[in-house]
Write a protein that binds this ligand. Sequence first.
Ligand SMILES: [Mn+2]
Length: 253
Amino acid sequence: MPATLARLRAHLVATPADAVILLGDIFEAWIGDDARWQAGTFEQFALELLREASARKPLFFMHGNRDFALGEPMAEDAGMQLLPDPTRLDAFGRAWLLSHGDQLCLGDVGYLRARAVVRRPEVLAALRAMPLFARRALARHLRARSRMHQSDPSTWADVDDGAARAWLRDTGCDTLIHGHTHRPAIHELGDGLVRAVLSDWDYDHGPGRGDVLVIDAQGLHRITPLHSAAADPNAAGAPASTRHDPLAGVGAS
Ligand SMILES: [Mn+2]
């Protein structure tokens, strides 16, 4: 999705944030770190983009279910640090819990079973031993199947709020931030606990959508990804988008 990728790059170049944390499924598929050495590939472009971002500020990456095969060699080359899922972030006097979110979709039993299988070291090793063209074909096949499965939104899995509360209590955090479900919202879970959900990004179809959650001393803010004149000639002169969510600051004490 070229327009979506361009918007991600524009945001990473323009953001005044102290650090950027990517919470997984940044890529539709990651077929293996070795693909970054193939000239003209998407993976090589992704490496350059992430390098450019990490040259400006600390960059962190948590795996999603589509890009879980992104490994330490790629992360190191891109100048980003891999984070375990979940990760507790202590910032601005509060404890935030960061996750991709898929492990909390307890109703999706078939998915969770498959998740455990594909992440076994021996399965990952077998995948990495396949030739690149075969891995690309496999990724295309899996994406096509996944799209078929997702065509009915009523079947989409959602995070189990009881499990989210348990994670927050176990880690001493008050706010969980995750993506994965494509259901952007801020849920009050009671007892001051909050679950903040990122949208997916798509600037290639329709009017465009994308979420960035900003953490600062005032709390949590939802903004649209920034434009930058340098990265996007159509945005020249346009002020950076700062559409603040009406629920900005929710959960701040
Ligand atoms: Mn996901």
